[in-house]
Structures are given as structure tokens and as C-alpha cells.
Design a protein around this ligand. Sequence first.
Ligand code: SF4
Ligand code: SF4
Length: 394
Amino acid sequence: MDMIHAEEALKNLFAQITNAHLKPDFSQEGMKAALLEIMALAANIVESVHDTQTEDRVDCKAGCSYCCYNQIKLTPAEALLIFSWIGNEFTDRERALLGERIQNNRLLTEGTSLENRVRIKESSPCVFLQQGKCSIYPVRPLICRSWTSYSHKVCKDAFESGNHNAEIETSSSSNFVYYLARETVRKSCRYHGVDSVPLELPMAMDCCFSHSDPFTRWLEGEHLFDRVPDWQNPDDTDFSFMDIQVPTFLDRFSLSYLRDGSCIEYFLHSKEKEMEISTELILSYDSHSKSLNVSKFYPELNKEPIHKYMSAACLFLMIHHAASVFGIHRDSFIFLETRNRVFEDFYSRLKDFGFLIHHERTGDNCNVRGIYHMLPIETSMIVPAGQTAHMAAC
Ligand code: SF4
Ligand code: SF4
């Protein structure tokens, strides 16, 4: 089987598990069962591939833990599985000591360079590494399961010399299978509108321990794993709120557009209903002030099932698309006029453009001004609409 077909087959197998456990009931028990089943299936597949290998043999052995001095990332779903397991398996004292290790590790490592992390690695092992063993082994993250090496000696030498650029030959089948497993979990979480972006392990565990009943609240869509993105740091674009919401939006909807001079009309199409659902979506460009105006924004997404954040994702994509069409630069203004109530309920909550009222109008309307932050957002999926669509007057 070639790689493309293998990928499709594996994605389907993992998706069958998430569908079976999470589609009928998006619950704690369902999420835990889905994760454990995906982990077991991935392990079986990887093991059977390794069994057929005659030359390169994975050299990992019980008690070897050089790889547990790296900082790893895991998804909120995996962190909550661990949190739940700890609740049953750890004593109160073990939990208290773990809390201390989490805080110490965060203080030592967060915001520091890779070189510094390598330098202090022996004083900042994974918070779950105890007497050279993983203390959460049955529920350890997917990325830990994916790690392999064809040479224990190379891992040892790299650790002892502090050479973080050492080439450690790993099993590509293990990386491939566990990567797809993690992406399936993320996709399912995005579908259900919950946080899915991977975080560093100490931070993710701290998010769990610093909230009451975190599993239930996460399932209900609370952003317990949110953090403020640093737009100057390219790695942080992965943490943006819209990085989570846009793929969910695009799974269910598509946008097309018609341009007429300085106006663009967008059309929102529901893939489930196979029809256009928006009333009016129009952005216009003022070439004198080089600003963007949200002339009409009626996506009608509030009539759709599970529509939370979908209007925000729609506006986010439209603005970034129009900015690329008109060549708008960062820090340009975005203007719109709306009702005070809509501003309070919607625009003021969109952190991405920093919308603020800059002019109160008579009645209950207001003029709003925001700032365009140029981000590397892909908008090529927004295609020109068919010739039959009609351009509304700007
Ligand atoms: S990846 Fe390297 S350090 Fe980790 S268990 Fe395998 S041989 Fe040991
Ligand atoms: S969770 Fe376990 S396997 Fe993963 S890095 Fe930590 S100690 Fe190692």
C-alpha cells in the first residue's frame, strides 16, 4: 500500500474510534475511551511494522529515559486524560509533589532559549519522570509513544554531550502513525468546539490543576487552555484562537467572492445544507485612508447548529482575504458601524482586531475601529463565485 492510501486508511481507522465514542455523547468517559483505544491501536500497528523489520531495530528499553529530559507538547485532551488518571492513582502527597515539580519546571524553562533548556536539562526532567521511570506510563502522551531510536548509544551520547543537534535515527512508521493519531484527536476536538492546540506539558498540567472540574468545563467549551499569543514569535501562530476555529469553520462552510472595484461581496455556503446561507457580506477598501470597511456582515450563522465562534471565523477569513486582495498592510484600520448591543456581544470579544468604539452615534448605533494585524493566514480556499451571482450595491 502506498503512503497516501496508508494515510487514508489509518485516518479512517482512527476516525471510526472517535466517531464511535464521541459522536453519540461528547463526554469524559467517551473521550477517555477514544484516547485509550487510539493509543492501543497505534501501538499494535507500530509493533507489527517493527516486527517485520529485519535490519534497523528499535533500541528502546525499559529504564532508558534520556528522551524524558526534553520539553514535550500534548493536546488538552491528553492532559485531561492524565489529570483524570492521576486523580485515581496518585496519593495526596504525590499530587502535592507533582504540583511543586510543575511550578519549578515552568519557572526554569518557560520563555528561555533551547540552548538554556539543554544546559539545565538535568535539573528540569519531565515532571512525570520518577526514579528513571514514567509515573504515568499507561496514559503517557502520544508524542512520548512515538519516540524511538535505532541506537540507545546515540541517545546517551547526545544527552551526555548536550548536543541537541545530534542526529538520532528514529522509526518513521512510529512518527507517522502517532502523528495521525494526534491529528485525529485534534480534529474531533475542533469539531466539538473545544481547545485542541498542543501546549508544553507542565503548562497543560498546570491549566488542569488550577481549575475546578477542568474536564467538564473543557467539554463545555471553556477555554481553560487559552494563552495570550505573542505575534512576534512565529511558533505562537500555532496557538492563535483562530488556528482552532478556522479549520472547524472550513470543515462545514465555504466562502466565495465577487470583486467590483474597491468592493468585495462574499457568499457563505453550507456544505451540510448544500446551499448559500449568508444574507449580505460586503467589505470595501478606501484607497485614500488605506483602510478596510465592513459594510455588511450578515452571515446568518446563528441559525446553524453548533455555531459558536463560526461568525468570528467567517469575519476573520474575510478580512484576511480582502487584505491580501487590496494589499493592505499591518496596522491599517478596519471600520464598521453596528448596534451597541452587537458590539458588546460580538465585535468587542474578537481579540484579533482589537475593535473599540471610537464614535457613539445617536440612537443605539456606534462606529467601531479596529487594527489589522497581518498574519500568515491561508485564504486561497476563498474562490471567485460563479458568474450567476449578483453583486450588491456598495
Ligand atoms: S528514544 Fe532513546 S532515550 Fe528514549 S527510550 Fe529510546 S533509546 Fe532511550
Ligand atoms: S510523560 Fe513519561 S514518557 Fe513522556 S516525557 Fe514524561 S516521563 Fe517521559
